[in-house]
Design a binder for this molecule. Sequence first.
Ligand code: NAD
Length: 422
Amino acid sequence: MTTSRSYNPYENMLQLLDSAADQLELNLDDYISLRYPERELTVSFPVEMDNGHVEMFTGYRVQHSSSRGPCKGGLRFAPDVTIDEVKALAAWMTWKCAVVNIPYGGAKGAVRCDPSKLTKKELMQITRRYTAMILPLIGPEKDIPAPDLNTNADVMGWIMDTYSMFKGFCVPGVVTGKPIEIGGSLGRREATGSGVAFITNEIAKKINIDLTYSSVAIQGFGNVGQAAAYLLNKEGCRIVAVSDISSSFYREEGLNIQDMIEYTNHHPHHLLEGYTAPGVSVINNQDLLNLKVDFLIPAAKENQITSENAGKVQAKVIVEAANGPTTFNADTILKERNIIVVPDILANAGGVVVSYFEWVQNIQSLMWDENEVNALLLKIMNKAFDEVWNLHLKYHSSLRMAAYMLALNRVVKAKKLRGIFP
Ligand code: NAD
């Protein structure tokens, strides 16, 4: 695992924002408000644990911008999460929603806890108390949480229930990524991975890589990593390496992804720990990032490709399924080495696009079929990809810079149209 003590994801986001503003020749007055989140809430709350003792937990909800619509963003559970991480993630949501042009602003939430050490009952209590504490901020027309690192459909169901109890009636539109039976959308669970697969397809076409002969390494084998691995494998890609927090695996001829997914389904913490199969070797997590492959897909967490290891990456293309896996300085090194990076705010936007569909279905009390969801997702992702690609050609910029320019332009325009500033 790559760590960098001085790494601050919010500073990283600000560097990108300032560079994009510079390229667009914006005055500081035009975008200064976007350097600050609109709202930050820190909460502390008690939970009675299964052993009868009371433990205190800290949670956050940050709303970066509501200029283009209600705030939207995931909720993560992690023992080391910081307010700066949540602020960065909230801002990335603003840019992501603007890149794919859906009518949302950006937000993010987190609770400092280690889910691997908690029972399901304790997780439910934490979720319910956290929801009660952030209740004034959320709602279908204000701010809509969704799953992220270490949270899933169950957690969204508990948030929906807690919010609905306070309101006195059922409010499915307060969260997305819920179980289908209580208002979730078909296709939402796989949506981020589907978007990653669509975008990988598009970039492969642009640079003449035949997906059916391509090799892929994926860091992170949770919701996003598994769906991306499964779909790309179905397209014919050889997934030569995958990893999770417990271990990393390699097979030159390609791993049996279906078998690995089934293995995690039976593991108490959904991990690959202890997985064995003929021809599969265990490798170092860091070595996975340095493999000579066509596509490297970081799908775990931020700050993985840094100035310390960017010089060793041998992939032709990095498709960022995780949020913020590449630091600002690493980006410069990768650019010098002609390694293409498809940025997170484009590559992993499939999740929020289908979240948007789920919210629309909830508001209208409609249920779309899965083909409808996937066809519209494909259309939106491909349009966003083309817009970013064309801007990158026009400005001779990286794809990341082009995505930021597209997003920033849309958010600044919204602010001006609303008369927030001249
Ligand atoms: P998840 O909790 O389902 O899975 C995370 C995976 O990463 C797990 O397999 C975990 O073991 C692994 N992991 C954690 N640290 C690791 C490390 N150091 N090395 C290797 N593997 C490690 O989370 P997820 O929902 O799949 O989210 C993954 C990333 O994608 C996050 O950055 C998240 O913000 C981003 N993302 C998620 C969604 C979504 O819809 N869930 C949408 C957009 C972006």
